[in-house]
Design a binder for this molecule. Structure first.
Ligand code: 9MR
Length: 592
C-alpha cells in the first residue's frame, strides 16, 4: 500500500462523492488547489484538472477515492500565466486513463475533490438544469411530490394585472385589467419579461429540435410527466401559455408583467404589490413572433395530445405579432424616459434593446421555416450578412441561424447560398475558439477573451458550448464536441473561482445565490439546478468581492446580483449543453 493517507477518506469526501448523483444535503468542503469538473469525465473523453497553487512536485497521481490505490501517474505541464487574472496554472492531463470509478487527484500536498469517470456523466446535471424551470413557475403550487423540500404555495396568480399607462389603448385603457397568469419568474426576482423569455424559449426549443428522440425519454418529474408530451415541451408550454397572454389585441406584445419595483428578499407572495403590463415594443413583439412560430411547428405533431389547438393559436399569434412589428419597426422600451412621464414609475429589469435587426432576422427565420412563405425569406436574405455574435437576450440573430441550419438539408437548393453563408459564420466562430484554446491557462474555450466576463458570464460559457455542438452537428467533426466539453468542465469547476456553478451539483457550488426563494425559504440548500451568473468584474451590485480580477470576480453571497443571480436565459444554454452531451456521448465515442 502506498503512503497516501487514509484521512482523505473522511466523511465530507463520501458526501461529496454522492452529490453529483442527487440533491442530498451537503457540507461544503474546503476549496482545493485542483480545479476540475466536479462531476468528472466520460470514460473516453479528454480529462483535465488544473492546479492553481504552486506545485510541490512535478508529478500527479490519480488515486482511488479512498486514497489507497494509485491508478495513474502523470506529469504536470509547465506553468502557464492566465490572461484574465494573476492565477498561474499547471495542467494535469489524464485523458489516457479511462477506467470507470471514483477517484481523486493528488500532487504533493494537494488533492482534488472526488470525481467520477462514467457513462451518462451529465445525466443529473442535465436533468437538474431543466427541472430548474419548474421551480421558477409562477401562479401554481409546487407540490412536494415534484418539488421535494422546496415545495411552496402558488403565488402571483396574475389573474388581475393592470394596464400601465405606457400600455394603454382604446380597448384596454389605463387601469383596466387582463389576466396574465403562469409563466416562469425571470431570475432571482419575481417578474416576467418577454424579451428574456424569448431567448430562453428559443434555446430550449432548439435543444428539443436537435435531439427529439433523446428528449422524448427524459423525465424531469413534473406534474405533466405522465402525459404523452416530452417534459421539456411541457415545461416550455407552461411559459408559452403565459407569453400568449402578453399579446395585445392589435398584435403588439407588452415588454413585461411586473411589480413597479423589485421585492425585498422574501418568498413570492409576501408582498402584494399590484402587477402591471407595460409598454409594447418591437424587441418583445419580434421575440414573441419567433418563439410562437417555433412553437407552432414543434407542437404541430402533438395535436392529438393537445386538442386545444395550441400550435395553430401560436401561428396566428406569431403572424399578428409580425404584422404589428411591420407597423412599429423600431419601438424601443425606454424605461427611464417613461418614468419621467408616467406613474407608477417602473424600476424592475429593463431589457431595453435598441438594435432590432437581429430580432427581425430571428422572427423572419422562424416564420419562414414554419410557413415556407417567401415574404419572410426576403427578410432573412436581406439580413444574412449582418454581423453575428453569441446569443444573448439583446442579440438573437444566431437563433435564426441555428434554426435555419437545422433544416438546411430539407430546404430546396435555391436556399443553398444562404445556408452556406450561415454555416460559414458559425464555423468561423467555432474554429477561432479551437485555435485559441491552446493558449488558455485553463484549457477552456471560455476566457479566451476578457469580454467573456460580463453580467451572466456563465451564459457565455454555455452558449460557446452550444455553438460548438451545433458545429459538430453540421460537420460531424469530433473536435468541436471535445471543445464544448472544455466549457462544460469550466461551468462545473475547471475555472479560476473553483466553483461548480450549478446549485446542488458537485462538491462546492453556490449556496447563497441571489434568488429570492432560496434566500427566504429557510431551507439550507438553495433550489437545485440553477446556474449562477458567474464572474463579472463589472460588480455592479457594489457587494464585497474577495477577488476582483476579470475571471475571479465572483462571490457566493445573495447580495451579489451581478455575479451570483440565477436567470432563465443563463440556464437555457446549460440545458442545451449538458443534454446534448448526454444525447451525443455514444456518437462521440465518449461512452465505454
Ligand atoms: O442579464 C441582464 C444583464 O445583461 C444586464 O446587464 C442587467 C442590467 O440591466 O440585467 C440583467 O437582467 C436582469 C433583469 O434586468 C432583471 N431580472 C434579473 C436579470 C438577471 O440579473
Amino acid at each position: 500500500m502506498i503512503a497516501y493517507p487514509r484521512v482523505w477518506m473522511n466523511k465530507s469526501l463520501i458526501i461529496a462523492l454522492v452529490v453529483c448523483q442527487s440533491f442530498l444535503t451537503k457540507a461544503q468542503i474546503a476549496t482545493t488547489a485542483f480545479q476540475l469538473n466536479q462531476c468528472g469525465f466520460y470514460p473516453n473523453s479528454q480529462k483535465v484538472a488544473v492546479l492553481t497553487d504552486a506545485a510541490t512536485e512535478s508529478k500527479f497521481y490519480i488515486a482511488s477515492a479512498n486514497g489507497k490505490e494509485i491508478v495513474f501517474t502523470g506529469e504536470l505541464s509547465e506553468q502557464r500565466q492566465s490572461a484574465n487574472s494573476s492565477t498561474k496554472t499547471r495542467v494535469a492531463n489524464f485523458s489516457a486513463f479511462t477506467k470507470p470509478g471514483q477517484y481523486i487527484i493528488i500532487s504533493g500536498q494537494h488533492k482534488s475533490y472526488p470525481f467520477e469517470i462514467k457513462n451518462e456523466l451529465y445525466k443529473n446535471v442535465a436533468t437538474a438544469v431543466l427541472k430548474a424551470y419548474y421551480f421558477q413557475r409562477a401562479s401554481m403550487p409546487l407540490e412536494a411530490a415534484f418539488a421535494g423540500q422546496w415545495q411552496r404555495r402558488g403565488f402571483h396568480p396574475d389573474d388581475v394585472v393592470y394596464i400601465h399607462p405606457t400600455a394603454a389603448s382604446a380597448q384596454r385603457p389605463e387601469g383596466s385589467t387582463i389576466s396574465s397568469t403562469g409563466g416562469w419568474y425571470d431570475a432571482g426576482d419575481y417578474n416576467k419579461y418577454i424579451v428574456n423569455s424569448g431567448i430562453t424559449m428559443g434555446t430550449i426549443f432548439s435543444a428539443y429540435e436537435d435531439f427529439p428522440e433523446y428528449f422524448k425519454k427524459l423525465v424531469t418529474n413534473i406534474p405533466e410527466s405522465n402525459d404523452a408530451v416530452p417534459d421539456i415541451l411541457n415545461e416550455a408550454i407552461y411559459n408559452l401559455r403565459w407569453m400568449l397572454t402578453m399579446q395585445d389585441l392589435d398584435g403588439g406584445v407588452y415588454n413585461k408583467c411586473t411589480n413597479a419595483s423589485f421585492d425585498g428578499m422574501v418568498m413570492p407572495g409576501v408582498t402584494k404589490d399590484k402587477r402591471w403590463v407595460v409598454q409594447k415594443g418591437t424587441a418583445a413583439t419580434l421575440d414573441f413572433a419567433a418563439v410562437t412560430a417555433q412553437a407552432a411547428r414543434i407542437l404541430a405533431p402533438f395535436k392529438k395530445q393537445m386538442p386545444g389547438g395550441l400550435a395553430d393559436s401560436c401561428l396566428v399569434a406569431s403572424r399578428k405579432a409580425w404584422e404589428w412589428a411591420l407597423l412599429h419597426p423600431a419601438m424601443e422600451y425606454k424605461q427611464n424616459e417613461n418614468n419621467q412621464q408616467f406613474k407608477p414609475a417602473v424600476t424592475t429589469g429593463g431589457y431595453g434593446d435598441n438594435h432590432f435587426q437581429d430580432e427581425w432576422f430571428w422572427a423572419a427565420s422562424e416564420l419562414f421555416l414554419t410557413t415556407k412563405e417567401d415574404k419572410f425569406y426576403q427578410v432573412v436574405a436581406l439580413r444574412v450578412q449582418d454581423t453575428i455574435g453569441l446569443p444573448s437576450w439583446n442579440n438573437v440573430g444566431m437563433m435564426g441561424i441555428y434554426s435555419f441550419l437545422h433544416f438546411a438539408n430539407q430546404l430546396p437548393a435555391t436556399y443553398g447560398s444562404t445556408v452556406a453563408a450561415m454555416k460559414a459564420k458559425i464555423l468561423a466562430m467555432a474554429d477561432a475558439y479551437l485555435e485559441k484554446t491552446k493558449s488558455n491557462a485553463f484549457g477552456t474555450v471560455m476566457g479566451q477573451s476578457a469580454k467573456d466576463f460580463v453580467w451572466g458570464s456563465n451564459a457565455n460559457a454555455a452558449n460557446q458550448g452550444m455553438l460548438l455542438i451545433k458545429s459538430y452537428l453540421l460537420t460531424k467533426e469530433k473536435k468541436y464536441l471535445d471543445h464544448a466539453l472544455t466549457n462544460a468542465d469550466y461551468l462545473l469547476g475547471r475555472n479560476a473561482t473553483g466553483y461548480c456553478f450549478v446549485t446542488g451539483i458537485g462538491s462546492k457550488s453556490p449556496m447563497h445565490p441571489h434568488h429570492r426563494q432560496s434566500v427566504a425559504d429557510t431551507i439550507v440548500e438553495p433550489v437545485p439546478g440553477l446556474l449562477a451568473g458567474g464572474p463579472n468584474p463589472g460588480r455592479q451590485d457594489g457587494c464585497q468581492y474577495p477577488f476582483t480580477e476579470t475571471e475571479t470576480a465572483y462571490v457566493d453571497v445573495d447580495c451579489s446580483y451581478a455575479s451570483n443571480e440565477i436567470a432563465i436565459n443563463w440556464n437555457a444554454p446549460a440545458v442545451y449543453l449538458f443534454n446534448a452531451m448526454e444525447a451525443l456521448q455514444k456518437a462521440a465515442g465518449y461512452y465505454k
